[in-house]
Design a protein around this ligand. Sequence first.
Ligand code: ACM
Length: 624
Amino acid sequence: MPFNFALSARVFLLLSALLLLGQSAAAQLAETPAQQLGLIPLPREVKMSAGTYALPQKINIYAVSADERNVAGLLQGFLAALGKTATLTTNRQGAQIRLVTARVAPTPEGYQVAVGPDGIGITAPGGAGLFYGAQTLLQLLPPRPAATARVPYVRIADEPAFRWRGAMLDVCRHFFPVEFLKRYLDLLAAYKLNTFHWHLTDDQGWRIEIKKYPKLTQVSAFRKETLIGAQQTFKKPEDFKYDATPYGGFYTQAQIREVVAYAQQRYITVVPEIEMPGHSVAILAAYPELACKPGPYETWTMWGVNEDIVCPTEPTFRFFEDVLTEVSALFPGPYVHIGGDEAPKTRWKESAAVQDIMRREGITDVEKVQGWFNRRIEQFLASKGKKLIGWDEILEGGIPTSAAVMSWRGEKGGIEAARAGHDVVMTPTTNMYIDYGQNPRPHSPFEPLMIGGYLPLDRIYNYNPLPKELTPDEQKHILGPQANMWTEYITTPQKVEYMLFPRLLAVSEVAWTPAARKSYAAFLPRMSQHFARLDAKKVNYRVPEPLGLDSANLVAQGGKAQFTLRSLVPGAQIRYTLDGKLPDETTELYTKPFDVPQGRQLTVRAVTIAPNGRKSPPAELLVQ
Ligand code: ACM
């Protein structure tokens, strides 16, 4: 067998990773082919045998049905990025890669990949499974063009734990161009996510063209300026400063169709979110007659929860019914998200029109008016063949069990909803809000401006979307998990990527791999193998800081403290300082455990410098 650099590099990575784990864990992992191959998400079943298949530079892909040809076309593009020329063929004999539709898994998302002396077979009951098989194959290939691409002989049988494997992107607080949305979809697809929740309307901007209401894109899509800095650091609104720069943007219906088609081709369902009745002041900026009291209103320039919301009157129903009619025609998926969160009733309480509604409908609590509002919208959506989904506040006013609930204020709403018979998507802030920070130090000066919070990789990874409080029957209502990317402080695509990676890899495994098969210790060395893949795609991932600089890892002896550090990024350097300065390429290179004197206070700082030259934020420890 010729020297196999790609595989040897993998084995080397694996061995170095194992050295860092305990002996028994190492022994266990070394036996696991899935572990060696570095696949994320971890497949159900991986069997390796001796030998590798050399994928030539010119490849024939066998594909006959529409789905097979669709996936073959995508695979052609992926392989082109690896320097290979692929041609579609209906001649099975001459094909190196064969896409075959067959019932090898219980759902269309399951698949099998078989690599042997006669090439590569990807078999699945449906297009989604073929696509996931193709994504798995890509992870078996080198990340960049290579003269020889050797694929180990392997048999993989795989299927997802959850039906809903979601990621939300807020395009209202900051706007992202279509080209970036496609990249976002590609990145989700690479890690087998299948649902894109597109948060399209909010106080700070309305982002979807609605033909019947042109002022939504002339007025509501723009704000006159934006708050500068982190709002939570100011005591009162009088201290807020603004950038005096108009901001906005929207997607035409043609662009919406383009994104939906792009997603569909990658077996991703798009769930549009049209917020109501809260987070709606941008609507009032264009159509103040939908408010409970006369305007004028303006598209919001700060963050938070706005008391100016639409009034639940007939003109408002007409407006949303018209909007949802156009939305339902644009999005082929089963669900439309109506928001429903954070709708203060301040204006409704003051409104004679709302008092009239309450008398007429026999509602005694103004909070319950939202439930009445939601139920009417639910019926309207049903008339369009759509199911309603909303944030967990929609439970409060009563909603038919046909509506699905997105549990964000912890798991409580999700548990209650599943018990009541609603389908549920789990997105608790504590585990799935990937706009939250990744630095153990709150408001670290070494991180970009962000909303705050702390959601490290392990807290995402160890999340189980199936609450243990639920019975197995109730758990059947849990559709799956979703990561949410709110963008108050996320101004650019690069920053989205910084917040998304590597945490999306953990999200992927939460969504795909059954909890019983997950292990954070085993995930890390597999994740390490993906930095080179992310580099090949020029993803602006957050370089993880070195591990080991914590008091638990400190070995104190003879008046000295000793540290052993490691990096999760293969081929990275660790540089450190003992004088509080920020480590860089010129400071001490970590090569072996080092001592620091005890008895006086000093700060140890260490950074990872990735092979791509980018640095992590520093890991820091104050040593007394
Ligand atoms: C939310 O984060 N307001 C759903």
